[in-house]
Design a protein. Structure first.
Lengths: 430, 180
């Protein structure tokens, strides 16, 4: 971006004031593009969430608006704009009206430093990770504003719970990210990605045992920061109606909603960049990648795929786990995650001092960790298979199922899928 | 103007234009219903979101706060004690809003006709758009009720209503009057 600004300024022979204006305009343009991309990602994630929820609950999910319901977000968004924007009479009006903006700014501003590919990044800041941690903390301000401004007991409880939760979980999340920063020796996200490699044993996830633990700590803490189930205490429907957005209707609620979904992608993208090697392609060095458009496109796809898998896991977590209690939530953070993340940080720091970079030992640890991770993955698959065989279920990953719900209307399919537990008719042979 | 739909009704002759129809298409495919039940019909209301009649296919999901809901489903017998709560929830819902009266009790009092404790029909409290017979109506029936609301939305002149050219539907307890 800076190169482009300098090139344009040189070719148009601009005055110093013109240069300033040009760079300001380019920054504005970038901001708009980043905002639009983040908005689109969030909108598509709402579709994904509802489709996955459908599959988990053996339903179909939205399928009427657009092909496979892909435009459902458009209908929802326009509807929310058309809805009345209620401001309760007792609400603190300015706080209530402004509350969605910090939430959205906090999440969408963080998208500026997401390295979608080697060249595709809005701003490769030297203090990228620090900026991410700082900007995403703005979310809690908006949530507190919503909770307080609504002048509603559920909103207030939800807002305070959320503030306690986000502030608490920022500690392990930041420490876990720092343990990667220590390894890379830089805060810039692009440099952190470049310091890794394409192969799994070159990722910070599998290079040291501490990185492996740090990833899980970061992921848990990020899910909690995003107020997602199993940590969705601020929105607990059975206790708090809808938490801090109880009083919000129309597009102001939509702001919170989009912020939450953009946050899912953001945390997956950060995890992908810091722990999973980001846009690195196996067998291709960054120097080779920079020259070729095709390598760039492939790198982009690799990054999006890694982040997409992360999003899928977060969404599946929501539809499989029950909610935690407040004391369990805080205990998990302060007793286990925060000390664990600190140990990871110290461990990685010692690793750098004690283990020479590129030594045989370091490489062997990388290979060993990869083997262990692969074995764990295989064990998971085999275990799932055993469960499915023993219950007579079948693997049903068809996210793109069309039309009617087969499980509900097709007796033959039912017999195949649920044969073991099907209720027998009187007189029917078992 | 082939895509203008002319509707004759109690509100007079009304033209539904192309923009209206696009907006209506969005509104009708994102009907969020209030998670609220007063009696046994609520069990069937829960079933409607389940696998057999998957309401989410049409973009209908439940919201637990009235501010974000578009449709209120009066699911079940309404006791006099509950009546003021229902009215309050209805008033808390953001415009536009629709009401489905589900089951005989909510329609007319049903089984509890002439009871000292039961409101003889939900339309005494809130303006009802769709009445569903049955005790209780099956989930398919409720889904059809929701689709009738969709049809109603499709024929609504949204822009004219927003500009105040058409009066809102008749409310048994308009703003300012005392709640039952």
């Amino acid at each position: 971006m800076r190169a482009l600004a300098e090139y344009l300024a040189a070719s148009w022979q601009l005055s110093p004031l013109g240069r300033e204006l040009l760079s300001a305009g380019l920054i504005l343009l970038t901001a708009i593009v980043v905002f639009a991309v983040a908005l689109l990602i969030a909108a598509l994630l709402t579709w994904l969430e509802r489709r996955v929820a459908g599959r988990v609950q053996s339903r179909v999910g939205p399928n009427r608006v657009g092909p496979l319901g892909l435009l459902q977000w458009l209908a929802d968004g326009l509807k929310m704009i058309l809805k009345e924007d209620v401001v309760p009479a007792a609400a603190d009006r300015p706080l209530f009206l402004l509350a969605p903006y910090p939430v959205m700014i906090g999440v969408f501003a963080a998208f500026a430093t997401v390295p979608f590919s080697q060249l595709l990044i809005a701003a490769d800041l030297d203090v990228g990770v620090l900026y991410l941690i700082a900007v995403t903390s703005l979310v809690v301000v908006g949530i507190l504003m919503a909770g307080w401004g609504s002048n509603n007991k559920w909103s207030l409880l939800g807002g305070i719970r959320s503030a306690a939760q986000i502030v608490a979980y920022e500690v392990p999340a930041a420490l876990a990210l720092l343990s990667v920063v220590v390894m890379a020796g830089t805060l810039s996200l692009q440099s952190i990605v470049a310091a890794q490699g394409g192969w799994p044993w070159e990722w910070y996830l599998l290079r040291t045992p501490f990185g492996f633990v740090a990833f899980f700590i970061y992921f848990t803490a990020a899910v909690a920061e995003g107020n997602r189930t199993p940590f969705d205490l601020p929105e607990a429907e059975s206790e708090l109606v809808a938490g801090y957005n109880t009083e919000y209707s129309g597009i102001r609620f939509g702001g919170f909603f989009l912020g939450e979904f953009a946050n899912i992608y953001l945390m997956s993208a950060i995890a992908s960049a810091l722990f999973f090697g980001g846009w690195q392609i196996p067998g291709v060095t960054p120097a080779e990648q920079v020259g070729s458009v095709w390598w760039q496109a492939l790198g982009f796809l690799v990054f999006v795929a890694k982040a997409g898998v992360g999003c899928l896991v977060v969404i599946l977590l929501r539809w499989t786990f029950p909610r935690l209690r407040v004391d369990q939530l805080t205990a998990l953070c302060y007793r286990y995650l925060a000390p664990g993340a600190f140990l990871c940080l110290v461990g990685n720091a010692l690793w750098i001092v004690l283990v020479p970079a590129g030594s045989l030992f370091e490489r062997m640890v990388g290979y060993g960790m990869t083997a262990v991770a692969a074995a764990l993955g295989l064990w998971f698959v085999l275990r799932m298979r055993r469960h499915m065989v023993s219950t007579g279920d079948r693997l049903d990953l068809d996210l793109f199922a069309r039309g009617h719900t087969r499980a509900a209307f097709d007796p033959a399919w039912q017999a195949r899928a649920y044969g073991r537990f099907r209720r027998r008719r009187p007189g029917e042979a078992s | 103007m082939s895509d203008v739909l002319v509707e004759r009704g109690p509100e007079g002759t009304v033209a539904v234009g192309a923009i209206d129809r696009m907006l209506n298409l969005c509104r009708e495919h994102s009907l969020w219903y209030l998670l609220f039940g007063t009696a046994c019909c609520a069990i069937e209301l829960m079933q409607t979101g389940g696998p057999r009649t998957d309401a989410d296919r049409f973009g209908m999901v439940f919201r637990s706060t009235p501010r974000q809901a578009d449709v209120m489903i009066l699911a079940g017998t309404i006791s006099y004690k509950m009546a003021s709560r229902i009215r309050r929830l209805y008033d808390q819902m953001a415009d536009y809003k629709y009401v489905i009266s589900m089951g005989s009790c909510a329609n007319t009092g049903g089984l509890f006709k002439d009871s000292y404790a039961v409101v003889q029909g939900g339309d005494l409290i809130v303006p009802v758009d769709v009445y569903l017979p049955g005790c209780p109506p099956r989930p398919e029936s409720l889904l059809e009720g929701l689709m009738l609301i969709q049809q109603k939305i499709e024929r609504e002149p949204w822009l004219s209503r927003v500009r105040g050219k058409i009066p809102p539907p008749k409310d048994p307890w308009p703003e300012g009057s005392r709640c039952p």
